[in-house]
Structure formats: structure tokens, C-alpha cells
Design a protein around this ligand. Structure first.
Ligand code: OOG
Ligand code: NI
Length: 465
């Protein structure tokens, strides 16, 4: 029986492709963005043979063209829990907890993604998934109204949930079921130009926070962007206006570096789209909504807890030097600050490795004859083992807030009491989120164990570099 099941990595790859095709037809500017990124990547690879060789050695070159992340926002615990079941069919698990409330966005989030390096290699598709926190809204009547509207909708087709249940009981789906599942699941992420509420209700929700209207007023959690991966985000950012695409003022994340760390992101602004609102007299009222945008990202090496602490500290420093969040007015000063503040962050893979600031994967060089009691440092120095940066697969809360804000308008910033609540999030999700650092550590450890075994070096040998 089980040999007839389709590998969840395959289902995820199909789904990622279907989602990209759907978004291309729904948001033509996304197609423009894909073209732009493909051209920038080709040029970067041609101009930097060392980078091309590194991406070939790690296998990343093969996933580069298909790599995407998307984002959705759901309204209730039940929606989030079912989302977890649906993504599980595609081999995607909730990883990480992100609290966006300090940045004035009333949501908390996780990323659904593959967790093993082999699965990430097959399809790195991930979805940043936010849950609206109605409890942060102080207007009780509005909060209750929003909860009532959300309780009345079903964002999944019956068939999608049936197939998810079948996956759970059987432990997999056969080919026909898997293909049908992809088509059914896709419906959840479509754009609906008819709102489920009246124009008056929409305005009321919008008045409280634009994001609340976006989540509550529609039939489902439309995918709000899809993000290809670029190898040179500064070049891509410069190219956007040349192609008539209006780019976000600053690139979120670390400054440009020789050895990229974590994640840098930028986006084009959300489009204003016509929406038909339910009319009390049976006639629809026409209005509009801005929700869907395009984003690009450049991924670098994943940082250890120590590296991440340094990143957070330097980012805080750069942001404390400008008043408030970066915007059109202070973009140049902010980027300058960022460069200056990050000057103390080592920009060399050997240093990042030796100081325990980043995660790496170890590879054999082909050289034979290592002493069986060698430690890692010796194996590297003597040329038996080399290391390559392990790419960051997750998101950054400050950057995510910047992406949200650029599409909500700078005026939309609200103040919430800072209360991250991972426990409440996990309760809504129906499962704990995985710790991303543990996943990077596992991948690093597995690669080292494989090297040591192949070299016949005792696995128990201390391996501190
Ligand atoms: C999600 C924004 C965050 C990212 O890449 O950090 C995000 C949203 O707007 O729903 O996508
Ligand atoms: Ni994004």
C-alpha cells in the first residue's frame, strides 16, 4: 500500500508550481518580477564564477529557479489548525514563532516549510502564515462582529479536508488523490473580488486596522504575495523602477555583504483592486481593496544563536539612530547606518565558522588517509573536509513587520502592549512550532557525521573547530 503513496515533497513541488501559475495569472506584475529576477540571477552567476561554483557544490543552483515563499493571514484558531493539516500533506511543518505586535501589526505567525535538507532541496516552498489576534482589538463590539463573520466562513473545500483526513489515516495519498488534493487546496488561496461583508462593515473593519479588513472581509486567505529568490537584491531593487515597478523604500534585513547572512527582502507596493461588497438591498456596491503585492529576497547563511544575537543587536543600533522605522524620507541615512553598524560583523566564512556565528555543511574534499583520531579543526586544516554556508530557510520578525507596513501604509501603525504569546499560538495551531535553530544544527551535525564516517574518523572524537 505505502509504496503507492506520492512523496509529500512531490506534492509540495506540484502545489508550489500551481500556486505560482495561479498568482501569475491573478497578478501580472508578479510575472514581470520573475523575469527581472531570472535576468539578474543569470547576470550575477555569469559575473561571479566563485558564487556559481559554491551554489553548484551545495545543490542550491538547482532549486534557485523554483524557490518561492508566499504569505497568508488566517482569522481563527480552527482555520490555523486546518491549515497545519493541509500543509502536512505537502510535507510542511510549522517552524518558528514570530510576534508582530510590537511593530503594530495585530498578528502572530509561523512558517510552514520542509525541515530536512533533502526535502528542502526537492522543494524549498514555504508559507509565512499569520493568525489575526482579535484580542488585541479594544473595540468589543467590533471584535465580536469580526468573530461572528469569521465563524460563518469555511476557507477549505470539503474535499480538501476529506483528503487531508485520508492522508492522516492512511499515512499518505496515492497519485490520483494527491493531484486532486493540490487542485482542491489551491482554491483556499485564490483571490475573491466579492467581499463577504457590506461596504459599511468593510469600512468599519478597515478603520480599526487595514489588516483586519483584509482577513475578515473575504471568503478566504488569498495568497498576498509570492517571493522568488535573487542572488543580487541591490541590483534587483535598482531594476524595479526601470521597469515601472514601484519598489519599497528600503531593503529589509542586513546590509549588502560579501558573505550574505540571513535574509534581505524588498517588495513592490500592493495593488488597489476593485471589490464588490454585499449590498443590503441585494445590489452589490463597488469599492476597492489593496492586499496583493510582489516581493523578492536574497538568502544568506543561517546564524547560530550567538550570530543571531549579534545581528539583532546591530540592527537595533542602526534603527535607534533614525527616528522610527525606515521610510522614504530616511532611506539613504538608514542604509548608511546599517553599513556602519554591521562593520563589526565578520564578513568571511572562515571567521563566521570559527567563531560559531553561523551554520555550515561539511563536505569531503576527496583527500584520503586522515588519522582516525583527528578533530574537525585538523581535518579542515589538512584539507580532508571543507565547509559551505547553510542557507537560512526562515524569516525575520523586524523585516516581516517592514513588509507588512509597506503594504498597510505608514499611517497604519498602531500601538499594542508587547505580549508575544507562543503558547496561545501553539494552542490555536494544535501543535508546537519547531525550533529553527535545532533544525540547522541537525543538518550541520548530519553532514559532519557523514564526513567522519567516510573518512573512518571516530565519531566520538571532539569536533570543536
Ligand atoms: C507577511 C509579511 C511577511 C516576509 O517575507 O517576511 C513576509 C504578510 O504580509 O502577510 O512575507
Ligand atoms: Ni514575504
Amino acid at each position: 500500500m505505502s509504496q503507492n503513496f506520492v512523496n509529500p515533497d512531490q506534492i509540495r513541488a506540484w502545489f508550489s508550481r500551481a500556486m505560482s501559475d495561479m498568482y501569475k495569472s491573478e497578478v501580472p506584475l508578479y510575472d514581470t518580477l520573475l523575469d527581472l529576477v531570472a535576468q539578474v540571477n543569470a547576470k550575477t552567476l555569469a559575473g561571479q564564477p566563485e558564487l556559481a561554483a559554491q551554489l553548484a557544490r551545495t545543490g542550491e543552483i538547482e532549486r534557485l529557479d523554483i524557490e518561492r515563499h508566499g504569505a497568508i493571514r488566517v482569522g481563527t484558531a480552527e482555520e490555523l489548525a486546518n491549515m497545519r493539516r493541509v500543509f502536512a500533506v505537502m510535507g510542511m511543518q510549522p517552524v518558528g514563532y514570530y510576534d508582530l505586535s510590537p511593530a503594530g501589526v495585530p498578528v502572530h505567525s509561523t512558517a510552514f516549510r520542509a525541515t530536512h535538507e533533502a526535502a528542502l532541496q526537492a522543494s524549498p516552498f514555504r508559507v509565512f502564515t499569520s493568525l489575526l489576534r482579535l484580542e488585541l482589538i479594544d473595540d468589543v463590539a467590533l471584535r465580536e462582529k469580526a468573530a461572528r463573520i469569521l465563524a460563518a466562513r469555511q476557507i477549505f473545500t470539503d474535499r480538501a479536508l476529506e483528503l487531508a483526513a485520508r492522508f492522516e489515516t492512511q499515512g499518505g495519498l496515492n497519485d490520483a488523490d494527491a493531484r486532486e488534493f493540490v487542485a482542491e487546496a489551491l482554491h483556499t488561496f485564490r483571490w475573491h473580488s466579492e467581499a463577504t461583508v457590506s461596504l459599511d462593515d468593510y469600512r468599519e473593519l478597515h478603520g480599526q486596522h487595514r489588516l483586519i479588513a483584509d482577513v475578515v472581509a473575504f471568503k478566504g486567505p488569498h495568497i498576498n504575495h509570492l517571493t522568488p529568490r535573487t542572488l543580487d537584491i541591490d541590483e534587483a531593487q535598482a531594476e524595479m523602477p526601470r521597469r515601472g515597478v514601484s519598489a519599497k523604500a528600503v531593503i529589509e534585513g542586513p546590509p549588502p555583504r560579501k558573505c550574505p547572512i540571513l535574509l534581505r527582502q524588498t517588495s513592490f507596493k500592493a495593488l488597489e483592486e476593485p471589490v464588490w461588497f454585499a449590498g443590503t438591498d441585494g445590489n452589490a456596491a463597488v469599492g476597492s481593496h489593496t492586499a496583493r503585492f510582489g516581493e523578492i529576497e536574497q538568502r544568506g547563511v543561517a546564524l547560530t544563536r550567538k550570530g543571531r544575537a549579534l545581528y539583532d543587536q546591530l540592527l537595533d543600533l542602526a534603527r535607534s539612530r533614525i527616528s522610527g522605522a525606515p521610510n522614504e524620507g530616511n532611506a539613504a541615512a538608514y542604509m548608511q547606518n546599517l553599513q556602519e553598524c554591521f562593520a563589526t560583523f565578520p564578513d568571511d566564512y572562515a571567521q563566521l565558522h570559527d567563531q560559531g556565528l553561523a551554520y555550515f555543511r561539511y563536505f569531503l574534499t576527496g583527500k584520503q588517509g586522515a588519522e582516525s583520531d583527528s578533530d574537525l579543526r585538523a581535518l579542515i586544516e589538512q584539507g580532508y573536509i571543507r565547509f559551505e554556508p547553510l542557507v537560512y530557510e526562515d524569516f525575520l520578525p523586524v523585516s516581516a513587520a517592514g513588509i507588512f507596513q509597506s503594504n498597510l501604509g505608514d499611517k497604519a501603525q498602531a500601538e499594542y502592549a508587547q505580549n508575544a504569546s507562543q503558547a496561545a499560538f501553539e494552542q490555536a495551531l494544535g501543535a508546537p512550532v519547531q525550533d529553527e535553530l535545532a533544525l540547522y544544527q541537525d543538518t550541520q551535525d548530519r553532514s559532519l557525521a557523514a564526513c567522519l564516517q567516510a573518512l573512518g574518523v571516530q565519531a566520538g572524537t571532539p569536533v570543536a573547530a
